[in-house]
Design a protein around this ligand. Structure first.
Ligand SMILES: NC(=O)c1ccc[n+]([C@@H]2O[C@H](COP(=O)([O-])OP(=O)(O)OC[C@H]3O[C@@H](n4cnc5c(N)ncnc54)[C@H](O)[C@@H]3O)[C@@H](O)[C@H]2O)c1
Length: 351
């Protein structure tokens, strides 16, 4: 097991390579009530915690983004009220990023914050969504617009969950691992080398190393900048164009798939502005393709994607803001590039 600490004032451990049921039994000890959230389609895999002294209430949620709604949250608040859920009780979230985002926000909003524990079960959840304290739900006006910063008590990463994950979701999570490599940790890029998806997946030791390294990157970055000034912004590498695609395809592509295309877009832009060497752009294309991730997006007009990019959270006024990588592990803010340069980069990934 390895333990990585996240945060400065209110820090918490991310325990990697643990047995999730054993750790949960330790954490629920002394609690009167435990509210356990998970996706309905995962119900057969959820530990019952029948040995716990606490009263355990099970909350099956609709799958994926369907869970992250005010409608579902209202039901949970009603239950918290009726059950007399107090600050000494515990919320446990077992699932992908959608479940941890939702349950974390339920915990943040009840009594101005009750304790919660994250048990991520997807690659994206392990290396990204469960780390950093961002919780939230979607609004009719966009994804993750309603939310709060509310750190979990602990994050428990049990890689056994990955066995049942689809190749597509495994790869989508790896896109965030590759991102962590390009922005911060060359060791990730070296460790992946020219391996393909099944070679990475079939190596438990490599999978574990990549998770540990990516968690360390996110932990170090968010610990230096909890509420998102520039340091934390580097985690959004590839996300500005990625979010534009995500909105355009109405979430039919996974978040990580959109980030993969977004990283190639920004690398093309950086190359055209003389910020990146061609070899590094080629490496982006090669490593992402080997991992079965998309690096092109078909069929949408520049005007639509440009408009989508302008509503990105990093945009200030009308000025588009990007994170560019100049060398592996070195980033630079790129503010207000011309529309001509942006359009040229779009043509490289969307033609
Ligand atoms: N809070 C953050 O900082 C942060 C960061 C990144 C992403 N997110 C959020 O995370 C969500 C995406 O997370 P995700 O990629 O994990 O998707 P997800 O939670 O939608 O899960 C993807 C699918 O995998 C299934 N699944 C989960 N665990 C499984 C397992 N072990 N075996 C088989 N199937 C399993 C789920 O039921 C779902 O159908 C988005 O809502 C995104 O906004 C949050």
């Amino acid at each position: 097991m390895s333990v990585i600490t996240v945060g400065l004032d209110r820090s918490y451990p991310v325990r990697i390579d643990i047995n999730c049921e054993e750790e949960l039994l330790r954490l629920v000890q002394g609690r009167q009530r435990v509210a356990l959230f998970f996706s309905e389609n995962m119900k057969d895999a959820i530990p019952s915690l029948s040995n716990a002294d606490a009263e355990v209430f099970l909350f099956p949620l609709p799958d994926s983004e369907e869970a992250k709604s005010a409608r579902v949250l209202t039901k949970v608040w009603d239950w918290f009220g009726a059950a007399g859920f107090t600050r000494s009780d515990l919320v446990v979230a077992i699932g992908g990023g959608a479940v941890t985002d939702f349950a974390g926000f339920a915990a943040a909003s009840w009594l101005r914050g009750v304790d919660w524990v994250a048990v991520p079960t997807t690659m994206a959840g392990m290396v990204d969504a469960s780390i950093g304290g961002k919780t939230g739900i979607n609004s009719d006006y966009g994804k993750n617009l309603i939310g709060a910063f509310h750190s979990p008590l602990e994050v428990l990463i049990d890689t056994q969950w990955l066995i049942t994950l689809s190749d597509r979701d495994f790869a989508a999570g790896l896109a965030e691992v590759v991102k962590a490599g390009f922005i911060y940790d060359k060791g990730i890029i070296t460790a992946i080398g020219d391996r393909n998806l099944s070679e990475v997946r079939s190596s438990e030791s490599l999978t574990l190393e990549l998770i540990e390294r990516a968690v360390k990157v996110k932990a170090e970055v968010v610990s230096s900048d909890f509420k998102e000034d520039f340091n934390r912004e580097i985690l959004n590498y590839g996300h500005t164009f990625g979010h534009a695609i995500e909105l355009d395809c109405k979430y039919s592509l996974r978040h990580g798939e959109c980030v993969s295309i977004g990283m190639v877009f920004i690398a093309e832009l950086a190359l055209s502005l003389g910020l990146m060497e061609k070899d590094l752009l080629d490496l982006h294309r090669q490593i992402l393709t080997n991992l079965s991730l998309p690096i092109t997006y078909a069929g949408q007009s520049w005007e639509t994607l440009y408009a989508n990019m302008k509503i990105d959270k990093k945009t200030r006024g009308n000025l588009l803001r990007f994170v560019a990588v100049t060398e592996i592990g070195k980033t630079q803010r790129l503010e207000g590039p011309s529309e001509t340069s942006l359009r040229q980069a779009y043509e490289k990934v969307c033609s």
